[in-house]
Design a protein around this ligand. Structure first.
Ligand SMILES: C[N+](C)(C)CCCC[C@H](N)C(=O)O
Ligand SMILES: O=C(O)CCC(=O)C(=O)O
Ligand SMILES: [Fe+2]
Length: 402
């Protein structure tokens, strides 16, 4: 009752009985119902009960003086808001809620906007829709490849390609001229190329020209690349320009699918993998190349409000010394890591593809792990990394919700 009473003060009611009446008739329209509680505004709308902090509400005023809708930037100085502020008056209509602040400033909130931007709304929706896959699920989906000419000339083709890349974490372009130049053009159609110490475009064989197993003929277990960067590269592009020999198939595994299995079966393990900070390191000491990179972060990076995984950092070759957690946590972490590894290595989850000249593979390096079978003969692979922000930027510019 005390809460109700305090919550009503700002409605400006004068007597106790009026306050209670106001409280009960606070539903202004069939669609929206709200109450000004002591520490937040409670809003029921569209089947959702939401809570908004008063400073948050003042800070998110989209009036012309508080927000510049030409630049989509805030004008209001957040530090000028009284931290105990509460609206002095309120009302609502079919589509909007109106709050009057103590200084007389009125804010209008579109109810749909509030629902979309509420914590409760975010909590039950995914940031990015995706289809988790095993080898069977991916193969049965018969996801079409883009074809070079259309991919380069038609935005709808690029949009479908990006939609597939974001849904599955992998996508192919076919009939690409088998050259590094054409691969670069295909990559630039999607995003900005992320230059790294491997170069802007790389074109490599098993010559051990760099101090890394990738530059050999050995098999590689599934991994994500550049786990030793603070921000691992977003997308990896592979184009096999030639292979005269045997083996060398590419292995692809949906890391989010494996992580989801861990979450469903053993939430404690998921918790460890998403909280224990792990170091990855790249140390190269050749005469021409000297590099030392260190990246720190959990194996699973999750949004804390909905536990959605947005990045997996998994590379057992490049994982560095663990010295950031006490021994008992280390023991539990190894158990969790073992479960994730078992899922990643489950034959059902392994998609094997043989890359051929003309077929360019784009891999979401924050989600899908890659590996390769050992091989014989001359095998030449070119490609590059892309900046993830710019891939998403292209996708949004084409109308995708990501
Ligand atoms: C050859 N290419 C430049 C593509 C990758 C080299 C990176 C290999 C490294 N072990 C990692 O996993 O990040
Ligand atoms: O040789 C391959 O197919 C891939 C090697 C690899 O993991 C890499 O270059 O990142
Ligand atoms: Fe790799």
């Amino acid at each position: 009752y005390v809460h109700l009473k305090q919550g009503l003060e700002c409605l400006g009611a004068s007597s106790q009985s009026t306050r209670l009446t106001l409280q009960r008739t606070v539903a202004h329209s069939s669609a929206c119902k709200y109450q000004l509680l002591p520490d937040c505004l409670e809003l029921s709308y569209g089947g959702l009960v939401m809570h908004f902090d008063y400073v948050w509400l003042r800070d998110h005023c989209r009036s012309a003086s508080c927000y510049n809708s030409k630049t989509n930037q805030r004008n209001l100085d957040t530090a000028s808001i009284e931290l105990n502020t509460r609206p002095s008056k309120s009302r609502s209509d079919e589509n909007n809620l109106y709050l009057t602040w103590p200084d007389g400033h009125i804010t209008r909130y579109n109810l749909t906007w509030l629902a979309q931007n509420s914590y409760e709304g975010q909590k039950r929706s995914a940031m990015q829709s995706r289809i988790l896959w095993s080898a069977d699920i991916y193969s049965s989906a018969k996801v079409p490849s883009a074809s070079w000419d259309k991919f380069m000339s038609c935005d709808e083709e690029l949009k479908n390609f990006l939609n597939n890349l974001l849904l599955y974490g992998i996508a192919f372009v076919e009939d690409v001229p088998p050259t590094q130049e054409a691969t670069e053009i295909a990559a630039q159609r999607v995003s900005l190329i992320r230059e790294t110490m491997y170069g802007r475009m790389w074109n490599f064989t098993s010559d051990f020209s760099r101090g890394d197993t990738a530059y050999t003929k050995l098999a590689l277990d599934c991994h994500t690349d550049t786990s030793y960067f603070q921000e691992p590269c977003g997308i990896q592009v592979f184009h096999c320009l030639r292979h005269e020999g045997t083996g060398g198939r590419t292995l692809l595994v949906d890391g989010f699918h494996a992580a989801d299995t861990v979450l469903q079966q053993t939430p404690d393990n998921f918790e460890l993998l998403s909280h224990v900070p792990i170091k990855h390191e790249y140390v190269e000491k050749l005469s021409e190349y000297r590099n030392h990179m260190i990246g720190i972060g959990p194996v699973l990076n999750v949004y804390p409000w909905n536990n959605e995984v947005y990045m997996i950092r998994y590379n057992n070759y490049d994982r560095s010394v663990i010295n950031t957690v006490p021994h008992d946590v280390v023991r539990r972490w190894y158990t969790a890591h073992r479960q994730l590894t078992t899922e990643l290595r489950r034959p059902d989850n392994k998609l094997w593809v043989k890359l051929k000249p003309g077929k360019v593979l784009f891999i979401d390096n924050w989600r899908v792990l890659h590996g390769r079978e050992s091989f014989t003969g001359l095998r030449q692979l070119c490609g590059c990394y892309l900046t993830r922000d710019d891939v998403l930027n292209t996708a949004r510019s084409l109308g995708l919700q990501v």
